[in-house]
Design a protein around this ligand. Structure first.
Ligand code: SF4
Length: 209
């Protein structure tokens, strides 16, 4: 099974249960369609990182114990943003309005496609001595950082991305991540995550990373 399908199944809450033929076909259909419509665009910049965490050139303070722990040995970071564009959003809304099941699967596949696309981009273009990509909203990293980074990196100009009143991106299938550069040995963990006591992934013996 390809990575996009695997990840989409995880987002949909499937564990190890066997897929029915019709559901498998629906997944394949959504993967094919997302791949045809999505226009993955990526923009990133490398910055100096101070501790307590502050992205020097952008003058952005990051108040997060988990990120402080994971990027302890990093003097630089990369902030990366990627988006699938507005056509994917339109299709998600379209399917959600006339076929809810397909809408949900299509949404999960689009999220998986974005995640996998960003991973592959990182493997190809970013330095090896990098940490995982940590997105605002993950663990105790404030979601409000989306707005600060989007504004100060001028993501509207570079990727056509804007931000709504809840600090979420428009288009919806957009991701921003902070990546430490330096000596990174730590693995992603649930330490400090606000959802630790009520986490859907942990209840299914999975994690979100
Ligand atoms: S698996 Fe759950 S508790 Fe762990 S980091 Fe992800 S959301 Fe938080």
């Amino acid at each position: 099974m390809n990575k996009i399908k695997q990840l989409a199944l995880k987002y949909l809450g499937h564990t190890n249960q066997e897929l029915t033929e019709s559901f498998d076909n629906l997944l394949d259909e959504c993967v094919k369609e997302v791949m045809e419509i999505a226009q993955l665009k990526v923009y990133w910049q490398r910055y100096s990182l101070e501790h307590p965490l502050r992205v020097e050139e952008l003058d952005i303070l990051i108040s997060s114990e988990s990120l402080e722990f994971n990027l302890e040995n990093c003097k630089e970071c990369i902030v990366i943003a990627s988006t699938l564009g507005v056509q994917i959003d339109k299709k998600i809304k379209y399917y959600a309005s006339y076929d809810m099941s397909k809408g949900i699967v299509f949404d999960a596949v689009a999220s998986a496609y974005l995640e996998v696309g960003c991973d592959e981009y990182e493997d190809k273009y970013l330095p090896e001595n990098r940490s995982y990509r940590y997105a605002p909203g993950y663990s105790d990293i404030p979601l409000s950082l989306n707005r600060l980074f989007a504004t100060r990196m001028n993501l509207y100009k570079h990727l056509g991305i804007s931000i709504d009143q809840n600090d979420l991106f428009i288009p919806m299938k957009t991701m921003l991540g902070i990546i430490g550069i330096g000596k990174v040995e730590k693995t992603k963990s649930c330490k400090g995550c606000r959802q630790l006591n009520d986490c859907e992934f942990l209840r299914r013996n999975q994690t979100c990373y």
